[in-house]
Every structure is written in C-alpha cells, then in structure tokens.
Unconditional design. Structure first.
Length: 449
C-alpha cells in the first residue's frame, strides 16, 4: 500500500492535495486490504488512484474593457464504475490539477455512499469570480462550456456547482450547453427552479450536513437545542448549514470568507442570515460588512502569517468547517479541543489537515468526514436527475424527506463499516471503507478496463 503512495508521489510530486486525499483513504482501508487478496491481484488500488480521463483546455474570454483574458479549464473524470461521472465544478484562482484530482477522488467515495448510481469527477478553472461583472461571468461560462460540453452528458458526466459556481453560473453554463448540444437535458444539476431544478438542491449540502450531525449527536442522546456552533465560510454550504442549525435551536456565532471572520456573541438569527445571503449571493460583498449592520459582532481580518484561524478559538460545542480544504490546522484542532468541542462535522471537502484529523480521531469527540457529511449536495443532485428523467417536479417536503433518509442511511453505513473493521465510532474509517468497497467491487465485476 505504501508502494502506491510512493508511485503517486514519484509520478506527481507537486500534487499535494491529491496525495493527501489518497493517503487518507489508503490508511482507512488497510484493515480491509489485509483481509483480502483478490484486490491486490486485480490491482484495484493502482487503478482507483489513476483518473479514467483528464482533459485540460484553454478558456479565452473578453473582459469588460475589451481585453482578451485566458484561463485554464479542467475536466477530471475519476471513476465511472458505479455510474456516470458526477462532477463538481469549481472556479477559484487556486484551482489546479492536484486540487481537482483530490476533489474528484473524494467525490468517488462520497457518491458511492449516497447509494445512488453515480461515479465521481471534478472540473473547473483557475478563473477568479471575485469582482467580475455579470457580463464577464457569462462570457467566461460560455467559453468554458464550449469545451466542457464535449465531455458531459446525462449518461456520461453530469456537472454541478462547487466553490465559485452557484445558481448564476449554472444558468450561464446550462444556457450554452443547451445551445451547443441542441438538447434540454439534465447534464447539469443545480438548475433554476423554473427550468428543471430541484427544490432543496441549493440547501442540500448544508441541510444534509446538519442532518448527519444530528444523527451523530443522537448516538450520545444529545440534540442541537442550545448548542453553540462555529461555522466557517459564508457561501452555499455555510449559509444552509447555519440555516438548519438555527431551525434546530442551535446558536451559530461565526461565519467567514477568505479575508476574515465575524464573531457574533448574540448568535446569527434568521434575519441576520437573510442579510448574509443578500450580501453574498446578490451584492457579492465581503463578510466584514456584517459588523456595519450588526455592531454587536466583531470582525477579525485574516493574518496570513498565522498558522491558525482565530475563528476556531471561540468556545463552542460544535464546529462546522464549510469553506475550503485544509482550513483547520493542527493548532486550530487543539484550539477546538481546548474549547471543549464535542462534534466536528465537515461541510467542506477535506477541510482538516492530516495533523488536525489525527487529533480529532484521537479524542472522544464525534468527528465526521466531508465525504459522508456533505454528501447531501450530490444526493439531491441525483434526485434532480431523477425528476428530470420523469419530467416531474417533486414538492420541497418530499425532496427534504428523501435527503433526511439518505443522510440517516449514510450515517448508519459509516457506523456499521467502522464497527465491522475494528474501529467502532470512527466515521472517518467507516466512510472510506464503505465507499471503497462499493466502488472496487463494481470495478472487479467489470473486468480490467
Ligand atoms: P461557495 O463558493 O459558495 O463558498 C465558499 C466559501 O468559502 C466562501 O465564503 C469563500 O470565501 C470561502 N473560501 C473559498 N476558498 C477559500 C480559501 N482558500 N480560504 C478561505 N476561505 C475560502 O462554495 P460552497 O459553499 O459551495 O463550497 C464550500 C465547501 O463545501 C467546498 O469545500 C466544497 O467543495 C464543499 N461542498 C460544496 C457542495 C455544494 O453543493 N456547493 C457540496 C458538497 C461540498 P471567499 O468568498 O472570500 O472566496
């Protein structure tokens, strides 16, 4: 097993995030591999870490000053053993092949956990949406889709939003996909409600994350009522995690963006959250504007020289990292433990560094990995595909009920797999093992392809 990691490191030594994601899964599935020989014989590990296909492409577009800009586009199709690739699209200046390979790798196991027939992929661009006008965004999305449409389709690869790709971007992307392919199909999810979208899709990753966390708390006879919660990020996942936490009686005291965070000791209530949604989704402003409206809150700017994020030093019983990968460092993990945290539930993908993960796993707290806890987003994307095939729109209550059932099912699956392989209560191992077994068994059934 360590050989495989060495091969990956030797082949792509600069792919730090991908190597980290692979190591996490390999560490978890070791007890499984130690018990079986047929996986070795069929080289499933060697195959599962190699994307089925990667396409990189040039995305030229014209800015509002008439100047041509060029970005790099990617489409990473990781694994289609259990279904067509379900691809998360990310637009962020940090995007590179390593980040998208990590995201695609996570997606493979996450999608397997949902019980839906969905493979895993990721795509996107190093384009920075910050400060772009709607027209610039549209021109970029249209040019990006000029290449992507060659690779996606309702039976091959279905794309949905991730960081920097929200409902506005999905609209522009879908419009161009429809024009180029001359078909109105569910090749993209997260669509507008009046043109094929599903109710609860926008809320799904955040709501699902809280449903998963509620299941974890229930194993210790606890609920969210009165629990103080730290949430990072202020985008799609953070907003809807906060919304559901408020609904379940918790007190959310923080939100952040890449420039800094706000701490509101009185708690972010429904009205304050509505302000954040307008600020982030319509005005596309910065989280620091929160304190101008709510002077009882404190804004702290990020200090890039610091190894830690002071957001995690506030005393709270639950923490929901919902911004980005590796946002919780070793120091942050100790700060949370010292603040008496009882639950850490990952809304973002791989938000904890390996050091932070090791600390959480060594303590008697409830700790859920993103590939289980944030699977609600892809689950409802899958439900959107079903509704598109049926040419039907389900009621919000129906979608929400299905989401709850799926998250409860993932929770049970993780606990059962963790128990079966000798690490009871370890959601991290449980998620990795359960997702891995489903995918590699399908790969074995389908022969050497
Ligand atoms: P959004 O683009 O809506 O929001 C991202 C948030 O994270 C923003 O507040 C952003 O701040 C912050 N952020 C992004 N990059 C960084 C960075 N390098 N450092 C600090 N803060 C950063 O994205 P989502 O909410 O959709 O995604 C958040 C996380 O959840 C990601 O890890 C994503 O992979 C994961 N996820 C998303 C799902 C979805 O359906 N959307 C489903 C499952 C997981 P700023 O505005 O300053 O950039």
């Amino acid at each position: 097993m360590s050989d495989i990691l060495e091969i990956i490191k030797a082949r792509d030594p600069h792919e730090r995030e991908f190597i980290q994601a692979v190591k996490e899964v390999l560490d978890s599935v070791k007890p499984l591999l130690d018990q079986t020989s047929h996986y070795h014989q069929a080289a499933v590990l060697e195959r599962i870490v190699e994307p089925e296909r990667i396409v990189t492409f040039r995305v030229p577009w014209t800015d509002d000053q008439g100047k041509v800009q060029v970005n790099r586009g990617f489409c990473v199709e990781m694994n289609s053993a259990i279904g067509p690739y379900k691809t998360a699209l990310r637009f962020h200046p940090s995007v590179n092949q390593s980040i998208l390979k990590f995201l695609a790798f996570e997606q493979v196991f996450k999608n397997a956990l949902t019980t839906m027939p969905l493979g895993g992929g990721a795509g996107g661009s190093d384009f920075d949406p910050k400060g772009k006008s709607d027209d610039e965004m549209m021109r970029f999305c249209q040019n990006f889709m000029r290449e992507l449409y060659l690779h996606i389709g309702v039976n091959t690869d279905i794309a949905t939003g991730d960081i920097g790709v929200g409902s506005r971007e999905i609209g522009y992307l879908f419009g161009m996909f429809k024009k180029l392919s001359n078909e109105f199909s569910g090749a993209l999810t997260g669509k507008g409600l009046n043109w094929g979208g599903s109710l609860i899709r926008a809320q799904a990753a955040g709501y699902g994350c809280v449903y998963f966390a509620a299941e974890m708390l229930a194993t210790r006879n606890m609920t969210f009522d009165g629990q103080v919660c730290l949430v990072s990020g202020s985008g799609n996942v953070a907003q809807h995690t906060t919304e559901k936490l408020i609904e379940l009686g918790a007190k959310v005291v923080t939100l952040s963006d890449s420039a800094g965070y706000i701490y509101d000791p009185e708690g972010i209530d429904k009205n304050k959250l509505a302000f954040v949604k307008r600020l982030k989704n319509i005005r596309r402003g910065r989280i620091k504007d929160y304190v101008e409206n709510y002077p009882g809150a404190i804004y702290t700017r990020n200090d890039i020289r610091q190894q830690n994020n002071p957001l995690w030093t506030h005393r709270a019983s639950c923490a929901f990292p919902c911004a980005t990968q590796n946002e919780i460092t070793e120091e942050d993990a100790y700060a949370l433990i010292n603040g008496n945290v009882k639950l850490v539930c990952e809304g973002a993908n791989m938000p904890c560094t390996p050091e932070a993960t090791a600390i959480f796993l060594s303590k008697p707290i409830l700790y859920a990995p993103g590939k289980a806890a944030n699977a609600g987003g892809v689950a409802v994307s899958g439900l959107e595909m079903v509704q598109n095939s049926q040419r039907l729109n389900w009621l919000a209550e129906e979608v929400d009920e299905r989401l709850k059932i799926i998250m409860k099912g993932i929770h049970t699956t993780c606990l059962q797999a963790a128990q079966a392989y000798g690490t009871p209560g370890n959601y991290f191992n449980g998620a990795n093992i359960a997702g891995f077994v489903k995918v590699v068994d399908a790969m074995l059934d389908q022969g050497v392809v």
